[in-house]
Design a protein. Structure first.
Length: 294
């Protein structure tokens, strides 16, 4: 029965949002959440190994590099320590000169946390191997279905250390900042037992609301607009992931994510705890919104 429901969900998503490769999607999230990447903490060997995997996948997805490279190092201080992070990005050209940046962070928090066993690996399947898997799937789709806008696909580093990669990107973008008309950010899109995915942003950018509502009306997940009301404290997600760096320079955004779950920032955030059918449908729903906005 579960398999039947999963297949039914896949077929529905194909109808409303175009086909993405479900097998490759699951391979990407499960690979990045593997122990060998040691939690992908910025500046570590495990993070660098994740970069190698993503560089291979960028090429397979058909992304084009700026300046003959996908790799863009940046530096920041953590206390008294200088840390190097590395953003990875490439693009799919559109017929229009304006740009949409599609982003997700690939770093997580590494090994060991206070009050935890020191050999615990925080694999970050939902946070945020899920967003990266979605980014790769969407890139592959648009390689086969050329967009109107040029689409930059940004795998950001250093999100867990204060949105460092996204801040570095907007400080030194590969195109004029005024040409970037929208940021679509994905952070935690694979684990929700209520079948709910939030779109944060349309409340403060109401011009984006019709596209979200149009897709929500035909999606088989619950796509909800919310967590984007200023002045609501921790319930306000506007600056809580990489879209915050774009928001600070007045670029409209939609942040797709789920509410915190029991595995958030715990070693139990592993591939086996995600909701596979929900994840696949969430990626295709996000793709449908991007298609509407493009």
């Amino acid at each position: 029965m579960k398999w039947l429901l999963f297949c039914t969900g896949i077929l529905f998503s194909m109808q409303v949002a175009g086909q993405t490769d479900s097998v490759q999607l699951m391979k990407d999230i499960s690979t990045l959440a593997d122990d060998k990447y040691e939690g992908r903490k910025t500046g570590t060997a495990g993070n660098r190994q994740a970069q190698f995997y993503l560089l291979k996948r960028f090429g397979e997805a058909g992304l084009q590099p700026y300046h003959n490279t996908f790799e863009y190092p940046f530096y920041f201080k953590r206390g008294e320590t200088n840390i190097m992070g590395t953003n990875l990005y490439g693009y799919i050209p559109g017929s229009d000169s304006t740009v949409i940046v599609i982003s997700a962070h690939y770093d997580h928090v590494g090994i060991g946390r206070p009050n935890q066993q020191q050999d615990s690996i925080y694999n970050g399947a939902d946070d945020n191997a899920s967003g990266i898997g979605g980014l790769l799937a969407i890139a592959s789709y648009f390689k086969q279905h050329p967009p109107r806008h040029t689409l930059i696909f940004l795998a950001a580093d250093g999100e867990e250390m204060g949105l460092q990669g996204a801040k570095a990107f907007v400080a030194r973008p590969p195109v004029p900042l005024q040409d970037i008309v929208l940021n679509i950010n994905m952070d935690m899109i694979a684990h929700n037992d209520k079948n709910e995915l939030y779109a944060c942003g349309p409340t403060v950018h109401p011009e984006l609301k019709p596209a979200v509502e149009k897709v929500a009306a035909r999606s088989n997940i619950k796509l909800l607009i919310g967590h984007d009301t200023p002045g609501t404290g921790a319930d306000n997600w506007i600056n809580q992931s990489d879209q915050g760096a774009f928001n600070q320079v007045k670029i409209p955004f939609i942040y797709f994510g789920v509410e915190d779950h029991e595995d958030y920032h715990k070693p139990s955030d592993e591939y086996k705890t995600i909701n596979n059918s929900f994840y696949f449908n969430a990626v295709n729903t996000i793709l449908a919104v991007i298609r509407e906005l493009d």
